[in-house]
Design a protein around this ligand. Structure first.
Ligand code: HXC
Length: 284
């Protein structure tokens, strides 16, 4: 299925800024991460996307590859971020087949809507395992490649990008606490904390570690899950100070900024892309 460029990328970016760069993406078949990957590939990157479902991941890789002729996009299915070993072999395969890993997006996440009374210990643990431990496993499996990328590319390339960037996809729930999302809220709080430590440990090696923090983003699996719990998009949009819910393009554009030369000095940060929604979160 061909996706119009305007749905995943603003026209302001210059083509080829990510030429000769490789991005490794967990959850790359999901709505937000596939838009992020499309944007990077459109601007010159090659990509390796990882997912649990073989069919969904390989299909998504084929679709993403269509955004730029000559792009190399591989999909590695059957990989669960809860398994360090399978992630490590996927990362090593990406580096072998595409030549490097310069950027990482830790996007794989698990979510369902449930009150604490409806959360078994294992339900809570499942989301911690996917979101928090999965992010740790992703970083642990890829960071040697990122350090190597930063060592080989200490200065911006001709197109203006350096290597060695990690971006985790977080959330705003833990800024206020969130009913029916105690598990996700706790898991993402830990992701933010982990990323701060990664920034401190790996900044000296030329690797940056940031979070992009989507608010309510339309047409995503996460939103569909929340919407099925009777959260209405139009009403939600009206309650957001910027007057609308976000789009996957909003998150893709933020990702391009953070991975570009323009984002070189942004490290240990959380870039909230939510139209100031979280500031009124309790009121929505
Ligand atoms: C209560 C539930 C539940 C529900 C599952 N569980 N769904 N408990 N309410 N709706 C419980 C199960 O009963 C089980 O506990 C435990 O969770 C693990 O469930 P499994 O199905 O065995 O686990 P698994 O197959 O590993 O699936 C993980 C999952 C699932 C998180 C439960 O939803 C999943 O795979 N999600 C991945 C895709 C996804 O969620 N994408 C959306 C990401 S969006 P017991 O005790 O019975 O063993 C996102 C954005 C958030 O994260 C921000 C939005 C704005």
């Amino acid at each position: 299925m061909s996706v119009p460029k305007s749905q995943y990328l603003s026209p302001v970016w210059r083509d080829n800024i990510f030429a000769n760069r490789v991005v490794f993406v967990t959850g790359g078949a999901g709505s937000i991460c596939s838009a992020q990957t499309r944007a990077l590939v459109h601007l010159g990157a090659d990509a390796c996307i990882i997912g649990r479902s073989v069919e969904k991941t390989e299909q998504a890789a084929k679709e993403i590859a269509q955004v730029r002729s000559g792009s190399r996009v591989i999909g590695i299915g059957g990989v669960d971020v809860r398994s360090f070993d399978s992630l490590k072999s996927a990362a090593d395969r990406c580096a072998r087949e595409l030549g490097a890993i310069d950027f990482v997006i830790a996007g794989a996440a698990g979510n369902f809507v449930a009150p604490i009374s409806g959360l078994s210990p294992n339900a809570f643990k499942s989301v911690i395992d996917i979101d928090t431990i999965g992010t740790f496993n992703t970083i642990k499996a890829t960071v040697p490649h990122l350090v190597e990328s930063a060592r080989r590319n200490p200065n911006p390339n001709e197109a203006g990008t350096t290597g060695g960037r990690i971006l985790s996809v977080s959330a705003t729930f833990h800024y206020t606490g969130m009913p029916l999302q105690a598990h996700v809220s706790a898991a993402k709080a830990a992701v933010d904390s982990l990323m701060a430590s990664v920034a401190l440990e790996y900044g000296p090696f030329g690797v940056t570690a940031n979070c992009v923090v989507p608010g309510y983003i339309g047409e995503t699996e996460g939103m569909a899950r929340l919407a099925s719990s009777k959260i209405d998009m139009q009403t939600t949009g009206k309650g957001i100070p910027s007057g609308r819910v976000g789009s996957v393009r909003d998150i893709a554009d933020a990702t391009v900024y953070l991975f570009s030369d323009a984002g070189n000095f942004v490290n240990g940060a959380s870039l909230v892309v939510d139209g100031a929604g979280w500031r009124r979160q309790g009121a929505l």
